[in-house]
Design a protein around this ligand. Structure first.
Ligand SMILES: NCc1[nH]cc(CCC(=O)O)c1CC(=O)O
Length: 319
């Protein structure tokens, strides 16, 4: 007799289906059990209201978590950058697989790069983090761009460029990779220009905290370096008391000496959306070996950023 299928709760969007499908394959390989996708419609999928008005991307996560807690599905896959930093009671992030490209990218008309966008170019992005850094870059490089708030899925956003409504849009490389549209990228932005969102490019596989056998199986998909990096990034975000739509960028990476990994570096940025002020700092420490050590790395950098006025910058956003 074949074993009973594991149920993976997923949103119906192309991006969610792609990343759920990818994890489903990996889980079925390590468990030897079939994985069945169970589609769950969230308020965020049906609402026409602006995400900010209905409480950020957390709305996407909430319905999946409810289904997990009710036992309707066995596990769920989230984009880590959309996951609230507070841990959810009764649930556990059992795996954080190896992260893919964390960078932001530009999809522009006429194959343009950020640096050769025409004067007054209209650049679409709904993320205050991207606006702040793009506007700061423009200011310091004598460019004139207009950031235009947009929302919608990957297809919708690229559609604004194809229709001529916008000159460019800025998106996450990871999302484009997963939906098979990475070839349309016209510029991969250096993280020195635009630091990605905390956790960008990584996935979180979540299940009920009391499902010991599933937790053990999912642990095989976990990448400890990715987990340490995103834990530090999210700790920074939490310590700045910022949410998933805050103008905060963070990226942790490993510094190696030849083949030997030496240290972990954590970079952080916070700024006003007009780009007039940015607080940009980095710190380096031993590669965290425990959850607490990763949290501490983020906490330390947050404290330094707060000392340089980071809190005031985020307050500006609320206006
Ligand atoms: N904000 C929405 C969102 N949430 C996750 C991704 C894909 C990238 C990822 O998983 O980090 C995207 C699209 C984007 O920002 O372009």
């Amino acid at each position: 007799m074949t074993e009973k299928a594991l149920r993976l709760g997923t949103r119906r969007s192309k991006l969610a289906m792609a990343q759920s499908g990818q994890v489903a394959d990996a889980v079925s390989q390590v468990t030897g059990r079939p994985v069945e996708l169970v589609e769950i419609t969230t308020y965020g999928d049906t609402s026409r209201e602006h995400l900010a008005q209905i409480g950020g991307t957390g709305v996407f996560v909430a319905a999946l978590r409810d289904a997990l807690l009710r036992g309707e599905v066995d596990f769920a896959v989230h984009s880590l950058k959309d996951l609230p930093t507070a841990q959810h009671e009764g649930l556990v992030v059992a795996a954080i697989p190896e992260r893919e490209d964390p960078r932001d990218v530009v999809v522009a008309r006429d194959a343009r790069k950020l640096t050769d966008l025409p004067r007054g170019a209209r650049v679409g992005t709904g993320a205050p983090r991207r606006m702040a850094q793009l506007n700061a870059y423009a200011r310091t490089h004598g460019m004139e761009i207009e950031t235009v708030p947009i929302r919608g899925n990957v297809d919708t956003r690229i559609g604004y460029v194809r229709s001529g409504e916008l000159d460019a849009v800025v998106l996450a490389a990871a999302g484009l990779n997963r939906v098979g549209r990475i070839d349309e990228v016209t510029d991969f932005l250096s993280v020195d220009t635009v630091l990605p969102a905390p956790g960008q490019g990584a996935l979180a596989v979540e299940c009920a905290a009391d499902n010991a056998s599933l937790i053990a199986a999912l642990a095989e998909l976990d990448d400890p370096f990715t987990r340490a990096a995103v834990t530090a990034e999210r700790s920074l975000l939490a310590a700045l008391e910022a949410g998933c739509s805050a103008p905060v960028g963070a990226l942790a990476d490993l510094l190696a000496d030849g083949q030997t990994v030496k240290e972990m570096r954590l970079r952080g940025v916070v700024g006003t959306t007009d780009g007039s002020t940015l607080v940009q700092l980095s710190t380096t420490g031993p590669v965290p070996e425990t959850h607490e050590a990763a949290l501490a790395l983020g906490g330390e950098l947050a404290a330094e950023m707060l000392a340089q006025g980071a809190a005031g910058l985020m307050g500006e956003r609320a206006q």
